[in-house]
Write a protein that binds this ligand. Structure first.
Ligand SMILES: [Fe+2]
Length: 222
């Protein structure tokens, strides 16, 4: 496996995400560059619809997968979440490549949960309070924080409290994310974002119907 270039590796280790430009800005070049970076990071895995390569566009509630964030929030701002929070182990990396920024220019927001200054007591709550992870017939119980603190599972679209402690844990993360200092990425055609999904949560600014915004998405296990 080829090593990831320092210009991606250094910010990825320091901030939990990195930006990169495809050499050319046409769709084929963006997809090839995503594939090349993905291969250096780990193994590609399929998303919710079972596809290895996905193109995502802002969706109105009625058009979205019933358990997706878009079903709940539609074209409004999508709250911070970790990708694939409905899987027992969310994917390690999320790669996004801009095929078309669209007319609404909806930005992507990024926030490293480790900068949210959870106290030791709060971390204990996050790693012990049970929550229900809704994913149809495969729904399961889990916690927001993994026992080794490697990842924070958080997605208001698929997580549900089952008791008062779970409600406290979900509420704590929601409030802390709301007051955290996020980075805002404004897309240009050909931009690539490499996100450490175990560390950096992402969200989207409001969009408009038929804005034309299209991002290629790749999910990587490592
Ligand atoms: Fe997402």
């Amino acid at each position: 496996m080829t090593a990831l270039p320092q210009m991606i590796l250094t910010p990825l280790a320091r901030y939990g995400w990195a930006t990169h430009d495809a050499v050319d800005r046409d769709e084929g070049a963006v997809l090839r560059e995503l594939g090349r970076i993905g291969e250096m990071l780990g193994a590609r895995i399929a998303g919710r619809a079972g596809a290895i390569e996905e193109t995502i566009r802002p969706q109105a509630s009625d058009d979205a997968h019933p358990r997706s964030l878009s079903a709940q929030f539609g074209l409004n701002a999508l709250p911070f979440h970790a990708e694939l929070s409905h899987r027992p182990r969310p994917c390690r990396y999320l790669l996004l490549g801009c095929l078309n920024p669209g007319s609404s220019g909806a930005a992507t927001m990024l926030l490293d949960w480790r900068t949210l200054d959870f106290t030791a007591d709060e971390l204990r709550l996050l790693e012990s309070a049970p929550v229900l992870v809704r994913t149809g017939r495969r729904s399961f119980y889990s916690t927001l924080l993994s026992p080794d603190h490697a990842f924070l599972r958080y997605d208001p679209g698929c997580l549900e409290a089952v008791d008062a402690r779970g409600r406290c844990a979900l509420d704590l993360v929601r409030r802390r994310l709301g007051s955290g200092l996020s980075e805002v990425h404004h897309w240009r055609r050909g931009d690539i974002l490499v996100i450490d999904n175990w560390r950096t949560l992402h969200g989207r600014a409001p969009s408009r119907p038929s804005s034309g915004r299209r991002l290629a998405r790749m999910l990587i296990d490592a």
